[in-house]
Design a binder for this molecule. Structure first.
Ligand code: PBG
Length: 320
């Protein structure tokens, strides 16, 4: 038995430095501190934050936002990284793992405009900003007349571009706006029937090294951290987002695929209801929408449901 007094445990959280990323990291920091674990933030700029002029799907996708944070985990500068789960690649590189998925926030998309209350109110041919292929194909399905133009940058930049008059409306994740106390900008929240969310939207993913280093100094902290992260874990969210992410993974896992996947728990016990949609960016083919449900209590079952829905999408004509 180790009789020496425990060193004061402090863990280091790697985070991007956008306002949203910092909010999310501070949220996890506070929840860890509520469990008696000291936690500090290590802010980092990622390649994804630096590339603002091109569509992400063209320059390397989701991995751009997480690689630098993973490097900090790998060389011991940080113990955990907090991500928007939506931005976490479907396959983590060898040596990294999701430690937990906390309870999800608002998973839906928001219509933001200074002049129009609803999507239906936009005049014919209005310019709407989004760089997400999913939002683009779903908007085009709802309103084929709209002109969809690229919109990149962090939330404040996107809202500024709207306010400068570059767009009649933009579409953003409601979760991000709510976290930054910008919910007042939401004119209308899309229903999942109108705009099915992206896999993992509204949830956070906490990434760690798959095997924590086992030096005698690190071990008490690693154990404390593991216990604290387990307490943050929300199994219903983890299972739902695992099913959503499995759809994406089965179809190649890239954000250059215009894919929506969203799971909700049904009234029946342990029943997860998963819907997915695929659209053709060229607008040549009809929107493909499928759904399936199953009794789910394990991650493996959630992933199997996701794979089944990916199969259904392909059978229904998704070109992936
Ligand atoms: N791709 C950027 C991104 N990643 C996570 C969020 C918002 C929070 C979330 O969806 O969990 C956003 C902004 C947006 O899509 O409007």
């Amino acid at each position: 038995m180790n009789a020496s007094p425990r060193p004061p445990a402090a863990c280091i959280i790697a985070t991007r430095e956008s306002r949203l990323a910092l909010w999310q990291a501070q949220h996890i920091q506070q929840r860890l501190q509520a469990q008696g674990l000291q936690a500090t933030l290590l802010g980092m700029t990622t390649r994804g934050d630096q590339i603002l002029d091109r569509s992400l799907s063209k320059v390397g996708g989701k991995g751009l936002f997480v690689k630098e944070l993973e490097a900090a985990l790998a060389d011991g500068r940080a113990h955990l990284a907090v991500h928007s789960l939506k931005d976490v690649p479907m396959e983590l590189p060898a040596g990294f793992a999701l430690a937990c998925v906390p309870e999800r926030g608002n998973p839906y998309d928001a219509f933001v405009s200074n002049h129009y209350a609803r999507l239906e109110d936009l005049p014919e041919g209005a310019v709407v900003g989004t760089s997400s292929l999913r939002r683009q194909v779903l908007l085009q399905h709802l309103r084929p007349d709209l002109r969809i133009e690229p919109l990149r940058g962090n939330l404040d930049t996107r809202l500024r571009k709207l306010d400068e008059g570059q767009f009649s409306a933009i579409v953003l994740a409601a979760a991000g706006l709510e976290r930054l106390q910008l919910a007042g900008r939401i004119r209308m929240q899309f229903t999942p029937e109108q705009m099915l969310p992206a896999a993992g939207q509204g949830a956070l993913g906490i990434e760690v090294l798959a095997t924590q280093p086992h030096t005698s100094q690190a071990q008490p902290l690693a154990q404390q951290l593991q216990a604290a992260l387990q307490a943050l874990s929300h199994l219903p969210t983890w299972l739902a987002t695992a099913a959503e992410r499995a759809v994406s993974r089965a179809l190649g896992g890239s954000c250059s695929v215009p894919l929506a996947a969203h799971a909700v728990w049904a009234d029946a016990p342990d029943t997860l209801w998963l819907r997915a949609a695929w659209g053709d960016p060229q607008g040549q083919r009809p929107l493909v929408q499928v759904q399936a449900s199953a009794a789910i209590t394990t991650l493996a079952q959630a992933q199997a449901l996701g794979e089944q829905v990916a199969q259904l999408l392909r059978q229904a004509g998704a070109q992936v």
